[in-house]
Design a protein around this ligand. Structure first.
Ligand code: ADP
Ligand code: MG
Length: 705
């Protein structure tokens, strides 16, 4: 390999160094986060097309990329929902429709009948047979035939105003600069050799311009070794960013918190039960963290009903014992309200003042609460994410508890810890951060946890409190609905309570609420003897609270609900749950819902009332629910059946925006990624930062802190 002529590195070289890139193009590139030549090189193809072969139209399948050669038969502007140019082309074997939404008159005029085109795009099934939307095409001249492409053209993530040919030519120009400038190899040789990896430059050349003999299937699947080389580095960058963030956070120091033994004894007496062995172990792990002068960053995983709340309350008690405030954040109003009740019941008798803050407070009440938080009068503050808005000023925030973390993004976690530094006059010198305790009932398979929570220590409550009877789950088709209604009647006649859950329809809270209303009305008709309540996301918070309180107080027998009741809601006397159309939900969510029953001593049942016919995958998923109540097993199955985006929640994966990595496809790399990250953190501090910068660039959370 030639030595580069310049010492300038490609990450320092602006895109304008590429031939033909001026102000307007560089502005477009900036929009998609491409600032340097290195960025352009790392803007990797998402797919590849095989342009080395021409396919007869008659042999085309839907949803494939293909090159065809055909003659224009008709070309018209069509005024449908959107004005479009529709062009029919034909070869000896069939006809296909080309559709353009962006076009100009000149383009239309050239597409006259009889014009021969080489067209290339993705087929889809349209109203009139196969269609291609916005295909690329060239006019064919019989006198001078166009050669077929010599490589497999890559398709890169595009943006408005940047066509595929444009992106390809940019990449080609950028590749030329690889010879003249330096592209730093950031992976230590030891890591690369161990993984048998090629150089970054070699991988980039290949992936932007794969040779015709490349294994196209492997490339399309993202499993080519050169792709994996880059995937590895990208996963490493994400992992490192979390580790750096952790180091940064912990460098700031924290107040040591220790629990007052007498207060703890009083508290346990109020609570009225013994901790399980698992709860004790986790409480000890937390206590050990809190006693250190560095901020705790700990994730507690515990299946639904494993008793995380009391563990959080004990941590809050340590904060109060040590003279600082604890903030407890829940993802929904309902859950926050429930925590307020529990914390109030357990802590207020010990003389501890509970603060309360949600987005729905009236102005005067909000002012009072804010004042109590700012003065330190409120010692344990329960609320929703309203707790962490600008206007909230804590006197001495020493501990943050985030419940049901999967509902929040990683970013929110950070804003919170920042909060503690405001008004954190605990330390004489430097910044003091609050300890952070993060709780989740969504068990995350190990591999995913490793990458999503690399910045957190990890505790598991792997035991349920005694005296629970397992929930029996049955799967029933909705044409046996009447039997199920009868079952509800019987259970309630015996003094039990039941939930009837209506699941989400097409992501619309309004439609979901409507469906729940209809269901509640129907059930009221068939079960006139029951007291039926209704709860959904569209109700006012005060109304929601009222309904929940009535159900808890057994003033209602049956609660018709949408999935808003999913998290945390605790009514031990409820022993029957009907879930309508469970096939619409992910397993983790079903598991959460089902966790609402089986909290008391009565044998509990969950009826999965599916809409038939059920797909193969749907059948599989419901089988998992029937056979297992182990959250970890269910999460593993969910991962297999649905993929990591669904398991981690879109929030989380949305933030973990990968350019080429795919957590599910590439999870086998994670153990090696973790090892490499530890090695880099200890021996290659500069490379750590460069790798993170290379892959996360502007999105780099660590840089923002
Ligand atoms: P989750 O982990 O789902 O948040 P909760 O903290 O809501 O669970 O606890 C579920 C129920 O179990 C609550 O009613 C709680 O009071 C009760 N509980 C928690 N720990 C114990 C225990 N060690 N013994 C008996 N009951 C317990
Ligand atoms: Mg809970």
């Amino acid at each position: 390999m030639k030595a580069p002529v310049s010492k300038v590195t490609l990450d320092q070289l602006p895109v304008t160094a590429i031939k033909g890139v001026g102000a307007s193009l560089s502005a477009k590139l900036a929009k998609i986060g491409l600032f340097s030549v290195q960025d352009v090189l790392l803007h990797l193809p998402l797919r590849y097309m095989d342009r080395t072969r021409i396919t007869p139209i008659g042999a085309l399948q839907p949803n494939v990329n293909a090159v065809i050669e055909a003659e224009v038969r008709a070309c018209d502007i069509v005024f449908g929902k959107r004005r479009s140019l529709v062009c029919k082309v034909q070869d000896g074997t069939g006809t296909i429709t080309l559709r353009f939404y962006h076009f100009n008159n000149a383009q239309k005029q050239r597409l006259v009948n009889g014009t021969r085109l080489r067209i290339f795009g993705e087929t889809r099934r349209g109203a009139s047979g196969l269609e291609m939307y916005h295909p690329e095409y060239d006019e064919l001249d019989t006198a001078a035939p166009l050669p077929l492409a010599q490589s497999l053209p890559p398709v890169s993530p595009a943006t408005e105003g940047l066509t595929q040919p444009r992106l390809r030519s940019l990449a080609a120009q950028a590749l030329k600069l690889l010879d003249q400038y330096v592209l730093n190899e950031l992976l230590p040789a030891a890591v690369r050799h161990q993984l048998n990896q090629v150089s970054l430059a070699e991988a980039l050349r290949y992936l932007h311009q794969p040779p015709t003999n490349a294994n196209i299937q492997q490339l399309m699947d993202g499993e080519h070794p050169f792709q994996q080389r880059l995937v590895f580095e990208e996963l490493l960058a994400h992992h490192l960013s979390l580790l750096l963030l952790r180091r940064e956070t912990q460098a700031d120091g924290a107040q040591r918190l220790t629990i007052n033994a007498a207060l703890q004894a009083q508290f346990m007496a109020r609570v009225g039960f013994e901790l399980t062995r698992a709860q004790r172990r986790v409480v000890d792990e937390i206590a050990a963290d809190l006693a250190k002068p560095i901020p705790m960053l700990r994730l507690v995983q515990g299946d639904v009903g494993s008793g995380k709340t009391v563990v959080a309350a004990l941590a809050a008690l340590a904060a109060v014992s040590s003279g600082v405030q604890a903030a407890i954040m829940a993802p929904t109003e309902i859950l926050a309200e429930q925590h307020r009740l529990n914390f109030g019941k357990w802590l207020e008798p010990l003389g501890i003042r509970i603060g309360w803050l949600t987005g729905k407070l009236k102005a005067a009440e909000r002012r009072n609460q804010l004042a109590a938080i700012a003065s330190g009068e409120a010692q344990v503050i329960v609320g929703t994410h309203a707790l962490f808005q600008e206007a909230v000023d804590f006197a001495r925030l020493g501990l943050i508890v985030i419940d049901e973390q999967h509902r929040f993004g990683v970013h929110q976690r950070l804003t919170l810890s920042e909060k503690g530094t405001i008004g954190g006059d605990i330390a004489q010198s430097g910044i003091c951060r609050p300890h952070q305790l993060i709780m989740t009932a969504t068990p995350i398979p190990r591999t995913l946890a490793m990458s999503a929570y690399a910045d957190l220590d990890y505790s598991v409550i792997d035991e349920l409190p005694p005296g629970r009877t397992p929930v029996t789950t049955v799967v029933i088709s909705d044409n046996r609905r009447e039997e199920v209604v009868e079952r509800v009647r019987l259970a309630c006649a015996q003094g039990r309570q039941a939930y009837w859950v209506c699941t989400l329809i097409e992501e619309s809270e309004a439609l979901e609420a409507q469906a729940a209303e209809v269901t509640a009305a129907q059930l009221a008709e068939s079960l006139p003897q029951l007291r039926i309540g209704l709860i959904h996301g569209r109700l006012k918070p005060a109304d929601k609270e009222e309904v929940m309180a009535a159900f808890k107080a057994h003033e209602l027998d049956l609660l018709v609900a949408t999935t808003v009741i999913e998290v945390g809601v605790d009514v031990p006397n409820a022993s029957l749950m009907i879930i309508e159309n469970p096939e619409r939900l992910g397993l983790a969510q079903l598991h959460q819902l089902r966790g609402r029953v089986g909290r008391g001593s009565a044998a509990s049942h969950c009826v999965l009332l599916y809409g038939s016919p059920l797909s193969q995958n749907g059948r599989e998923r419901l089988r998992v629910m029937r056979e297992s109540s182990d959250g970890f097993y269910i999460a593993e199955q969910d991962l297999l059946l649905r993929g990591p985006g669904e398991v981690l929640g879109t929030r989380q994966t949305g933030e973990m925006q990968f350019r080429i990595a795919d957590l599910q496809r590439d999870s086998h790399l994670l153990p090696a990624v973790k090892d490499a990250a530890l090695l880099l953190m200890s021996d290659y501090p500069r490379e750590c930062e460069y790798i993170v910068q290379r892959w996360l660039g502007q999105n780099h959370r660590y840089l923002q802190v």
